[in-house]
Design a protein around this ligand. Structure first.
Ligand code: G3P
Length: 214
């Protein structure tokens, strides 16, 4: 299973890369805005430290506009993936970009039917948003289960990026369901390390080591 960092904060990305635990990055216009930097500048900075896929999202609403944006993003770094919203025009853009060998990540996916459409359109990745579904009292992880069943039935090559993860359990459940990738904010990644019994155990061993040296 691959771990992507869902952030445009270069320092958080660098920390995960230094640990050897960052397989890629996903961004969106809100995350770019939070970075306080211009999109092209920050994506180029990220591309200097991340070898894996980096998803970049535009704002065009028609297929021609999305393709134009995508072609521009693809010039920024060889590992750029173009994020395309789950709309009719978006699916036209996915087809056109895949014909140009530009990778796509279909975003804002909230149902299995949308994931299936994206896969049929030729998306490289599909991003169901689990946290936002949980927020409206729908079971986000149930959607991942449905999508994984469908993609397994037909040996669909499109990879599933579990997005909008809010806590480590989303990541662990994604792994149990065989999702290809979980993309997570820095806080979720950080929380994955933590367990009070680990901290307690380390403190105890340190204390006992000091005692044994006397
Ligand atoms: O990758 C999609 C993600 O950025 C959305 O997360 O927390 O805004 O629902 P969130």
């Amino acid at each position: 299973m691959k771990f992507f960092m869902d952030t445009a904060d270069v320092e958080s990305i660098r920390k995960a890369v230094d640990l050897g635990l960052c397989d890629g990055v996903t961004t969106n216009p809100s995350l770019i805005m939070k970075s306080g930097k211009d999109q092209k500048t920050v994506i180029k900075e990220i591309a200097k430290i991340v070898k894996g896929p980096i998803s970049v999202e535009g704002v065009a609403e028609d297929a021609a506009g999305m393709v134009k944006e995508g072609e521009e993003f693809a010039k920024w770094a060889p590992n750029v993936v173009v994020k395309i919203p789950m709309t009719r025009e978006g699916m036209r853009a996915v087809r056109m970009l895949s014909e140009k060998d530009i990778k796509t990540n279909v975003t804002l996916v909230f149902s299995a039917s949308q994931a299936l459409l994206a896969a049929k359109a030729g998306a490289t990745y599909v991003s169901p948003f689990v946290g936002r579904l949980d927020d409206v009292s729908q079971d986000g992880m149930a959607l991942i289960e449905e999508i994984m069943d469908i993609f397994t039935n037909y040996e669909i090559k499109t990879e599933v990026i579990v997005a909008s993860t809010r806590h480590p359990i989303h990541v662990v459940q994604s792994a149990r369901l065989g999702a290809h990738i979980a993309t997570m904010p820095a806080e979720v990644f950080e929380k994955m390390f933590r367990h009070p019994l680990t901290d307690k155990g380390i403190a105890q061993f340190k204390e006992d080591y000091a005692k044994s040296k006397k």
